[in-house]
Every structure is written in structure tokens, then in C-alpha cells.
Design a protein around this ligand. Structure first.
Ligand SMILES: C[S@@+](CC[C@H](N)C(=O)[O-])C[C@H]1O[C@@H](n2cnc3c(N)ncnc32)[C@H](O)[C@@H]1O
Length: 621
């Protein structure tokens, strides 16, 4: 992989997709990564059907660490640009600076100054890299030096050629990484450890093992990417350049394989070759990727996993209808999801409720339309995604309860009306007209849930409740925010009688809503503490009960997801202890000793009763 000063254009890159021959699947070699099996409870496997994948080497409990990987290269996301260190991904301190004020067009307004907050340490040349300290900036100098001149022009190159800025920055990060790696780097094997501190960055050579899926880009997108990358590479020091073909490959690899990681509320995007190759996607994942400082990811089990079960994570937002999840994965990751959840008949899956429309006759069941076509050739679909929509013409859906039949196109019209109503309210919220947004969102719920048009688990309804939490919090109507937050948590857990959940019981998004619910309840308890009237006491009692069960569930989930010693689990424990203390004091003051009845939240917080070996096998891809 020699550096070249003369970038070459790959003439084959933009062939029409449908004409590409399907590559024959070979059983891939696991030897490069086998070292991980010595430090983690996993076995690496490879098969014709799945390619490389990881399985549990023994029965694993929920919350078991199964992999640690430090990104081969990572970039700070655009929105975290000034808040996150470009080397270690820690927080960046700010300082204030006085500068000339400018108008909307960027012109200096004579005689007017303004004070702005800027990163305390950043590259003064490109102004495109902020750091947590001088020391970090110094340690990054060799890697950044390779990128600096190109980074300075990156923004305008991205805009001129309509290429995502993050893709260009990622290619530069990979080039920087390649340049500082030793000369034998391309053959270097990754070294694994069980701790983030000791984790070694996965070598650059491993990135090139990933599938670029470049044939999914159409001819004009490839052309734009090539032109942008050509301009960018010309700004990289000669000794560090890669060929244009390799740069395009890197951009495509990044785009289809990167993982987004949140660290302390800031976002980074990294390439994790081992994790990308071995942890397939599933819409009922049994593992999760957790981002830590340094751009390291931990992979932890979310549930008890029996030995030999495939370990999977989710690359998509799980609380959306099956088809939306599949479309999202198709467009961003270039595959049609065939996980167990997506392959199950809709009538037997929780998915039927997530874009569920209630029967217009009996109003008891949802209308089911089993899609007959499984997508085998996604190349064909990628060229014309509207093929998915044509499937419904002339087809009928059937009520799961009374078997009434309705044309699918009619159901689509109902859904379109719901989407329009929801979007109108959402836009009002975005404009900041909060009172009106609340009214429109509540109206949407009244019309589509109250009148039994949509299933209560329909993703648009949940989104409306989520929006209402935000709106009511901003309007300082905490009582209502609690009510809506409680509904969101309840719905995310799915109907009690269903065999499967819409999202795993321990899942970051659900745990966040449980935390916010507990936190708001605790605040209301403190606010009402002086109210000794019977009505006041009843309010406190209710908030204590609801807050405690939410925090018990949040704490349990955070222990599983992040580990018992993690700051997030400790934060949940602190709030839980606080609510318990309030509950004891309330009981003392009122002479009440009654044990509260267990809610579904509390049940969710209980450890699984079955031993790991009896747990339901987790879905594999
Ligand atoms: C990073 S690769 C995995 C590579 C594979 N393990 C190998 O050894 O080549 C991700 C690819 O795995 C496949 N994949 C992962 N999860 C899948 C799922 N749920 N359904 C279908 N294909 C999936 C898709 O082809 C996707 O592009």
C-alpha cells in the first residue's frame, strides 16, 4: 500500500449496480483476531451463511463485558466540534475571547465588539481541531500535521462537491493514522485487552478488511467523492498521501461501517474493524456498544446469553416499525435486515403494533398486512427503493381480532393523515411556539389514540409523547411532563401480555426515560414537601412510588449497560438512595408503613428469574 503522489481514478467504481456479479461468499479467516478469545468470554466463528461472527463461549450473565476496542480512527461529530477533544475525546475547556461583531452576512460592524466562548486549546492554523489540554494537542501533532492543511479547506471542499464533511474528515483521520503507524503496520495484528486503559488502537491495516460496498453509490456520487478527495489529498504532505482509489475505499468503508458513540453527551464516529466484522446487527440485540473516553467501545451483554449464542448489537433505532428499520439499514448500511425479529411473520411479532392501525370495524385488533416478498437482491432495491411501495397496490390487510379486510392503500392514507398531523405539531415545537405545540400534540393524541385509530404502541404516538415531555418541561409544567414520561416508559416496555418487547428491557434509551422520570418525581416530592394536606400527601405518595420504581429500573439497567462502577450507574444509585430516604422520612412523618405494590417498572428492575442456561436464545442476524 505505497503512498502515491499521482492519485489514480478507479474507472470501475461507478458501474451500474444491477450488473455487478454477486461475490461468492467464502468462509473468512479468524486468525488475525483470535487473541481476543484469551481475554474475553467469546468464540470467533465463521460460516458461509453469516461470515465472521462472535458467539458466547459460555453462559453469560446480563452486563458481561465481551469486547473492548479502541477505534482505528475516529472523528468528533460536527455538532461536538468545539466541545470534544480531537485526540482523546474528553471534554474541552473553554475561554472567553473578545472580537469584532459581525452582521448576518459576516461583515464587521464598525466599533462593536462581542465576547464569545472558544476552546481553550485548538490548532491555530486550521482552527479545525480543539483539544482538552496543551499536552493532548502536542501528542496529536504528528497525526494532525498530516491533516492540518486539508482540514483547513475541508469545509469548502465538502460544500462545493456536496460530500458529507464528516466523510472527508474521517478519510483524513484514517490517513493521519496510517502515517503515524510504523512501516510494518499493514500486517500488524490487533492486540486485545480487557480494559480500556490498556486497549491498543486497532491497526490501520484492519480497516481495509472491511467491506466498502462502494458499488451502492451511483455514478455521480462517486464522481463527486472522487473530485473532493482528489482536492483534499493534494493538500496532504506527499509522504503521507494515499492513492485516490484507496481514499474512495476509505470513505466508503467509513460510511457503511462506522459506529456513532456518545461520550459524556458529546458524539464521535469511529471505525472499529473488529466489532464491525464480528457483531452483526439484530433488532433484538443481546449486546450493546458503549462509548468511553479515548474513543474506546465496550461491548456488553444486555441479557443473560446462553453459551454458543450469537452476540449481536443494533445499528438502528429499534423503536420504529420493521419496514422503517429495514429501510434505515438499507440506506445507511446497505443490507436488508434478516434478523429473527424481522423474519418473523408480522402477525406473531411485536412489530405489528409499531406502525399498527386499529381495525376500523371492531377497534380491538390491529390490521395485519404480511409482506409476501422477502428482499433477496438488494442491489435491485437500491436502484429503485420505490419498489417497496408498489408492493401494496391491490392488497388487503386483515384485522388480527375480527378478520375484517381493508385495502392496504386505505391504511396508508390513514397513516399519512397521522404523519401529517404529527409533523405539523412537531414543526410548531421546532419553531418554539410551545403552547401551541402542546395543544397540537395533545390533539394528535386525542384524534389518533383516543379515537382508536392507531395502536397505542404506534411509533408516531410514542414520538408525540416524547415531544410532550420536552414541551411540558420547557413550559415548567412538570406534573404533565411526568405523566407523559410515564406513558413513554410504559409503552417502551410494550404490552404486558406480549412475548417479546419492542426494545430490550435494559436499553440505553429506555434507561434514560426511566432516569428522567425518577428525577422529575423526586423534584416534585421536594417541591411539595411542605404541603401537609391530605391532597398534598397523596401527591407526594404517588410521586415517591413512581419515582422509586423508575429509579430502581434505571439503576438496574445502567448497571447492566455501563457496569456497576460506571459514573452513570453511580448517578442512578445516588438518586435512588435519595428517593428511598425521602420515602422513609415521609413514612415516619405520616406514620405510614405500607409496602408499595410492585409496578411493571419494578418488575423490569428485577433480575431475570431463570438461570442463564434456560434463557431464551437471543436473536442472531
Ligand atoms: C461489517 S459486515 C460483517 C462482515 C461479516 N461478518 C464478514 O465476515 O464479512 C456487516 C455486514 O453483515 C451483514 N449483516 C449484519 N447484520 C445483518 C442482518 N441483521 N441482516 C442481514 N445482514 C446482516 C450485512 O451484509 C452487512 O453489510
Amino acid at each position: 500500500m505505497a503512498a502515491t503522489t499521482e492519485p489514480t481514478v478507479d474507472a470501475n467504481a461507478a458501474q451500474p449496480v444491477a450488473k455487478k456479479k454477486k461475490a461468492k461468499k467464502v468462509v473468512a479467516d479468524n486468525t488475525k483476531y483470535q487473541g481476543i478469545q484469551d481475554v474475553m468470554p467469546i468464540t470467533l466463528k465463521s460460516s458461509h451463511a453469516k461470515g465472521r461472527h462472535a458467539v458466547a463461549s459460555k453462559n453469560l450473565e446480563a452486563g458481561t463485558l465481551v469486547a473492548v476496542e479502541k477505534a482505528a480512527a475516529a472523528i468528533v461529530r460536527n455538532q461536538s466540534f468545539v466541545g470534544m477533544c480531537h485526540r482523546c475525546f474528553g471534554s474541552v475547556p473553554t475561554k472567553t475571547q473578545t472580537r469584532n461583531k459581525t452582521d448576518a452576512s459576516g461583515k464587521v460592524i464598525e466599533g462593536q465588539k462581542e465576547t464569545v466562548s472558544v476552546p481553550a486549546h485548538s490548532c491555530g492554523t486550521c482552527k479545525m481541531a480543539a483539544y482538552c489540554s496543551e499536552a493532548c494537542m502536542k501528542q496529536h501533532s504528528a497525526e494532525h500535521g498530516v491533516q492540518c492543511a486539508a482540514l483547513a479547506k475541508c469545509n469548502s471542499i465538502a460544500t462545493t462537491h456536496s460530500v458529507p464533511l464528516e466523510n472527508l474528515r474521517a478519510v483524513l483521520a484514517l490517513i493521519g493514522r496510517r502515517a503515524v503507524q510504523s512501516s510494518d503496520a499493514s500486517d500488524k495484528k490487533p492486540e486485545f485487552s480487557s480494559s480500556a486503559v490498556a486497549a491498543q488502537q486497532t491497526p490501520y491495516g484492519c480497516v481495509l478488511d472491511l467491506n466498502a460496498n462502494r458499488h451502492y453509490l451511483d455514478r455521480s456520487s462517486i464522481k463527486q467523492l472522487q473530485t473532493a478527495l482528489k482536492e483534499m489529498i493534494a493538500l496532504v504532505p506527499e509522504s503521507a498521501r494515499v492513492s485516490l482509489s484507496e481514499a474512495v475505499e476509505l470513505a466508503c468503508i467509513f460510511s457503511t461501517n462506522h459506529h456513532q458513540v456518545a461520550v459524556n453527551g458529546q458524539q464521535l464516529m469511529g471505525v472499529y474493524p473488529f466489532s464491525a466484522l464480528y457483531f452483526h446487527h439484530s433488532c433484538t440485540p443481546n449486546c450493546v456498544f458503549i462509548g468511553e473516553a479515548g474513543g474506546t467501545i465496550y461491548v456488553r451483554t444486555l441479557s443473560d446469553v446462553p453459551a454458543d449464542t450469537e452476540l449481536t448489537v443494533s445499528y438502528a433505532d429499534l423503536f420504529q416499525p420493521r419496514e422503517q428499520r429495514r429501510r434505515e439499514l438499507l440506506l445507511t448500511r446497505h443490507f436488508w435486515c434478516k434478523c429473527r425479529r424481522c423474519s418473523q411473520p408480522l402477525s406473531q411479532s411485536i412489530d405489528r403494533l409499531m406502525d399498527g392501525i386499529q381495525c376500523t370495524k371492531c377497534h380491538r385488533g390491529v390490521m395485519i398486512f404480511e409482506e409476501t416478498k422477502e428482499v433477496d437482491d438488494i442491489n435491485e432495491l437500491m436502484t429503485d427503493i420505490s419498489a417497496l411501495d408498489q408492493e401494496i397496490q391491490g392488497k388487503f390487510a386483515e384485522c388480527e381480532s375480527c378478520q375484517a379486510k381493508l385495502e392496504v392503500t386505505h391504511l396508508v392514507d390513514i397513516l399519512k393523515a397521522a404523519i401529517l398531523s404529527y409533523s405539523t405539531a412537531h414543526q410548531t415545537m421546532q419553531r418554539g411556539d410551545l403552547d401551541r405545540a402542546r395543544m397540537q400534540l395533545e390533539e394528535f393524541i386525542e384524534n389518533f389514540e383516543g379515537k382508536r385509530v392507531l395502536s397505542p404502541y404506534n411509533a408516531y404516538l410514542i414520538n408525540a409523547y416524547v415531544a410532550l415531555i420536552r414541551v411540558c418541561t420547557q413550559l415548567n409544567d412538570i406534573g404533565r411532563a411526568i405523566r407523559y414520561n410515564s406513558i413513554v416508559v410504559e409503552r417502551m416496555l410494550g404490552p404486558a401480555e406480549e412475548a417479546s418487547l419492542p426494545i430490550p428491557k435494559h436499553y440505553p434509551r429506555l434507561a434514560e426515560y426511566q432516569m428522567s422520570l425518577g428525577d422529575m418525581c423526586l423534584k416534585q416530592v421536594k417541591k411539595n414537601a411542605g404541603n401537609r394536606t391530605p391532597a398534598g400527601r397523596s401527591v407526594i405518595r404517588r410521586y415517591l412510588k413512581e419515582g422509586r420504581s423508575a429509579l430502581e429500573a434505571a439503576y438496574k439497567s445502567r448497571v447492566v449497560i455501563f457496569g456497576e462502577e460506571s459514573p452513570r450507574a453511580i448517578e442512578a444509585k445516588r438518586l435512588l438512595d435519595s428517593v428511598k430516604k425521602e420515602q422513609d422520612e415521609f413514612a415516619k412523618a405520616t406514620g405510614e408503613k405500607k409496602k408499595p405494590k410492585k409496578t411493571r417498572q419494578e418488575q423490569a428492575a428485577q433480575p431475570a428469574s431463570a438461570p442463564a442456561v434456560n434463557a431464551t436464545p437471543a436473536t442472531g442476524a
